[in-house]
Design a protein around this ligand. Structure first.
Ligand code: AMP
Length: 146
């Protein structure tokens, strides 16, 4: 998929937003949703999406929607820090398949990092254990602040 193209309403994140498929949900507000990446690159790898935007990537998105996504990204990254005490946090976002994007509904990755834990493969590693992902989502949710 190139940078251009139509938004696909049945992409996997749209289905998660609509509650049609399960996800380890961290929390949501009127505009955005945070949930655990199902194929985590590190312990605590989370994703933030907009619930109503039809942007496929950063280049498509309305500026107010982008601000809403980034505000939530900061809130969730702070909660990840409080909950998991990583040594660093990587914020990542990919545009177009040539850049590594695999799901064409704009999203931001929050990837906690520890010096002695190598980064897992992007969108190619093992599926996380759902009980563990749900437990991490609860831990992070407990440390979310407004
Ligand atoms: P990207 O490659 O930047 O488009 O990121 C897509 C991300 O979605 C990858 O990190 C995948 O591991 C993750 N992913 C794929 N399917 C699911 C799913 N059903 N629930 C949660 N995360 C998913």
């Amino acid at each position: 998929m190139s940078l251009d193209g139509a938004y696909e309403r049945d992409n996997i994140f749209a289905k998660i937003v609509r509650g049609e498929i399960p996800a380890a949900r961290i929390g949501e507000d009127e505009k955005t949703l945070a949930f655990m990446d199902a194929f985590p690159q590190s312990r605590g790898h989370a994703l933030v999406v907009h619930k109503t935007s039809r942007a496929r990537n950063l280049l498509d998105v309305e500026q107010d929607e982008l601000a809403e996504i980034m505000n939530t990204t900061q809130r969730v990254a702070r909660a990840v820090r409080r909950a998991l005490e990583p040594e660093g946090i990587m914020i990542a976002q990919f545009n177009g398949s040539a850049a590594g994007q695999t799901v064409f509904h704009l999203h931001v990755h929050i990837i906690p990092r520890w010096r002695d834990a190598p980064l897992g493969r992007h969108a190619g590693g093992a599926m996380g254990d759902m009980n563990e992902l749900n437990a991490l989502a609860r831990q992070i949710a407990e440390r979310l602040e407004r």
